[in-house]
Design a protein around this ligand. Structure first.
Ligand SMILES: NC(=O)c1ccc[n+]([C@@H]2O[C@H](COP(=O)([O-])OP(=O)(O)OC[C@H]3O[C@@H](n4cnc5c(N)ncnc54)[C@H](O)[C@@H]3O)[C@@H](O)[C@H]2O)c1
Length: 248
C-alpha cells in the first residue's frame, strides 16, 4: 500500500473522471488534496467528500497563472478537453484554447510548484498525457499536439528536477470510461460515417490488444504508485496503460 500521509496534492480537473479518481485514491492513502477545476461547484463537492480543499480556476486563463505560487508536494496536471474535426475545419480559437489548458497551464503550474518542491527536496509531477502523447489519430490535431508537447515538458521537468528530489512522469492511457469519452461519441460517429454505438468498438478499441475501456480507478492506481516513495527512481518516463495499442 502506498502511504501519502503528510503529503499535499493538487489535482487539476479533479472534479470529474480520472482527476476525481486520483483525488479519491490519494486521499485514501492519507494525502491532503486540493481539487482545481473550472467547475467550482463540482470541485467543492469532491473536496468536501475527501475533507480537502477546492480551487475554482479557469486554466485557459494562462496570464492569471503567471503569478501563482503553489506549495503542493504532488502536482497532477490532469485537466483536459477534446475536440474532433479535420484540420481544415478546426477552429483556430479552439486549437489555441486546448494548447493553453493542456500544455501552457501545466508549464505554468510546474513553474509555480517547483520552488517549494526544490526547497524541501521532494516533489512529484504527474502529467496526464495519453496514448495520443505517443501516437496520432485523425481529427485530433490540437489534442495530439498538446499531449506530444506535454511529453517534452515532462521530460525537461525530470532532468531539471532530478537533483532536487523531484520526479516527473507521464501517464498514457487509451480510452478511459469518463465524460470526456462519452462527449466525443457523436462527433466521431459523424466523421467516421458510423453509428454512435460502433465508435467504441470500431474506432476507440481498434488498435488495442485488450478490447475494453480503461477504468478511472486503474489510472488512479498507477498515479498513486508514481506519487509514492517506491517510485523515487522513476522519472522522465511515459507509462502506458493502453491495452497494447502502442505495442504496434
Ligand atoms: N478519458 C480518456 O479516455 C482519456 C484517455 C487518455 C488521457 N486522458 C486525459 O486525462 C485527463 C482527464 O480526462 P477525463 O477523461 O477524466 O476528463 P473529464 O472530462 O471527465 O474531466 C476533465 C476535467 O477537466 C476540467 N477542465 C476542463 N477545462 C478546464 C479549464 N479550462 N480549467 C480547469 N479545469 C478544466 C473539467 O471541468 C473536468 O472536470 C485529460 O487530460 C485527458 O486528456 C483521458
Amino acid at each position: 500500500m502506498t502511504d501519502l500521509t503528510g503529503r499535499t496534492a493538487l489535482i487539476t480537473g479533479g472534479a470529474s473522471g480520472i482527476g476525481a479518481a486520483c483525488a479519491r485514491a490519494f486521499a485514501a492513502a492519507g494525502a491532503r488534496v486540493t481539487i482545481a477545476d473550472l467547475n467550482g461547484e463540482a470541485a467543492a463537492e469532491v473536496a468536501a467528500e475527501l475533507d480537502g480543499d477546492s480551487w475554482a480556476v479557469d486554466l485557459s486563463d494562462t496570464v492569471a497563472l503567471r503569478d501563482v505560487s503553489l506549495d503542493c508536494d504532488i502536482l497532477v496536471n490532469n485537466a483536459g478537453l477534446q475536440h474532433v474535426a479535420p484540420i481544415e475545419d478546426f477552429d483556430p480559437e479552439r486549437f489555441a484554447l486546448m494548447l493553453r489548458v493542456m500544455l501552457e497551464a501545466p508549464f505554468l503550474l510546474i513553474r509555480a510548484a517547483l520552488p517549494h518542491m526544490y526547497e524541501q527536496g521532494f516533489g512529484r509531477v504527474l502529467n496526464l498525457s495519453s496514448v495520443h502523447g505517443l501516437r496520432a489519430s485523425q481529427y485530433k490535431s490540437a489534442y495530439v499536439a498538446a499531449k506530444h508537447g506535454l511529453e517534452g515538458l515532462s521530460k525537461v521537468t525530470a532532468l531539471e528536477g532530478g537533483a532536487h528530489g523531484v520526479t516527473s512522469n507521464c501517464i498514457n492511457p487509451t480510452y478511459v470510461r469518463t465524460p470526456l469519452v462519452e462527449a466525443q461519441l457523436p462527433g466521431q460517429a459523424k466523421l467516421h460515417g458510423i453509428r454512435e454505438d460502433q465508435v467504441v468498438t470500431d474506432v476507440m478499441l481498434a488498435e488495442s490488444a485488450i478490447k475494453r475501456l480503461v477504468e478511472p480507478s486503474e489510472v488512479a492506481s498507477l498515479a498513486l504508485w508514481l506519487a509514492g516513495p517506491d517510485a523515487g527512481m522513476v522519472t522522465g518516463a511515459s507509462h502506458t496503460m493502453d491495452g497494447g495499442w502502442s505495442a504496434r
